[in-house]
Design a protein around this ligand. Sequence first.
Ligand code: CTP
Ligand code: MG
Length: 230
Amino acid sequence: NPTVAVIVVAAGSGTRLGLGQPKAFVSLGGRSILSRSLDALFALDDEAQVIVVVPEDRLDEALSTAQDVAGAAAPYVTVVAGGESRQQSVNAGLAVLLPSVQTVLVHDAARALTPVAQFEAVIDAVRQSGYGAIPGLPVSDTIKRTDGFGLAVATVDRSELAAVQTPQGFPRAQLEQAYAAASDDFTDDAALVAEAGFAVAVIHGDALAFKITTAWDLRRAEQVIESAFV
Ligand code: CTP
Ligand code: MG
């Protein structure tokens, strides 16, 4: 039985992409973003429970997509309906974890080209440390703090910053405790786990794990696929 689960959140509406359909079901080089995002999950060293969280009216479609990507029987695939916020969608995924699962990764379907190695690195880091691990990249732009009038008031020390990605991995008990205690809406799982008092390490991310948010990002993902870089 799997000791690792990956919750793939794909229940967002894709407002900023602006194509009038949920982002995970938009085509990326002939297959959906969701389908692409599942490739890595069925290529992991250890078989993981794969929990796909989608809009309520896409449950059947998501299950057949996951079965297609898995190739053969996919005994550890579960599809559930998401919620209004990303946090609620993750919570829906947490509710269906198998009893054998000890390490939980939360991943944005919108990061469709994330390499398998990034999943493996997060799993290894969580298992070795007993704490959360999240991939991040150094920030290359100069970052300014601005005031309410659009004036630049300070340059933020870039060496202290990381642009973080997914999958974000945690020991199951820590993630469950953090979600049970969470009050506000947090922008990522690591913030919520840190709020609950647990350590979270930042490990090296990968440029290919960028999030498809805007039309420009979708174009970039299409070009990466065409270039056979992945
Ligand atoms: N997500 C989700 N449930 C929500 C909101 C977001 O499962 N209620 C998922 C998205 O499907 C996506 C990931 O969380 O894979 C990151 O969210 P984001 O990039 O913001 O996607 P959307 O919310 O769909 O996009 P937008 O904010 O532009 O509407
Ligand atoms: Mg969103």
